[in-house]
Design a protein around this ligand. Structure first.
Ligand code: GLN
Length: 200
């Protein structure tokens, strides 16, 4: 935790597009640091869990002894933002996970992996997101999950036209099925940094 106004934000850097998140966070003036070891959790004000492959991120986080300390830190209120595989990692329950796949159980949601099937590997769509305002956000979905159950304390931030939930927040936790780090519209990262600042 930096002693001044600068926010120190970790990005789980086991697999996936963590470099893009580091760059976006640095663009907002945050001290963005890759997280690979449990000790590194002690010095951050918030954490981003990137897109990638949730089965791999899950396995590596357990092998590196990060999963349990990270679960504890989230339970104690560490702000976190998960995109795509990161959203799956934050969820309470994974639908269509692989055998033995675990999540961090922080967000009270059920998430279906690869919800759009192989025919729609990826797509882009303009999403209305009242929490971040106008204009609609151009969102990139890649083998994306959807949120199938939203717990009582969880707020839906965005849905597709058919009503499927693709962005949620619960207290200090934020999750999107899509990848704002892959476009140049970074309002979700700014929204997250506001949460991190408020929580510090
Ligand atoms: N399908 C991936 C998974 O299950 C997520 C894809 C992504 O992060 N772009 O983890």
């Amino acid at each position: 935790m930096a002693g001044n106004d600068t926010l120190t934000v970790g990005v789980l850097a086991l697999q996936g597009d963590f470099r893009e998140h580091l760059a976006v966070l640095r663009g907002f003036g945050a001290d963005a640091v890759p997280v690979r070891r449990p000790e590194e959790l002690d010095s951050i004000d918030g954490i981003v869990i990137p897109g990638g492959e949730s089965t791999v991120i899950d396995k590596l986080s357990r092998i590196f002894g990060l999963a349990e300390p990270l679960k504890r830190a989230l339970a104690e209120g560490l702000p976190a933002y998960g995109t795509c595989a990161g959203l799956i990692m934050l969820s309470a329950r994974i639908v269509d996970g692989i055998a033995g796949q675990e999540s961090l159980g922080a967000l009270d949601i059920d998430v279906r992996r690869n919800a759009f099937g192989s025919q729609t590997e990826s797509f882009e769509v303009d999403l209305e997101v009242p929490a971040i305002g106008e204009p609609p956000l151009h969102a990139v979905f890649i083998r994306a999950p959807v949120v199938e159950r939203v717990g009582d304390g969880v707020k839906t931030l965005a849905t597709l036209r058919d009503g499927r939930v693709v962005a949620v927040e619960q207290g200090n936790l934020l999750g999107t099925s899509f990848h704002p780090e892959m476009t140049d519209d970074h309002r979700f990262h700014r929204y997250f940094l506001d949460k991190v600042r408020a929580a510090r």
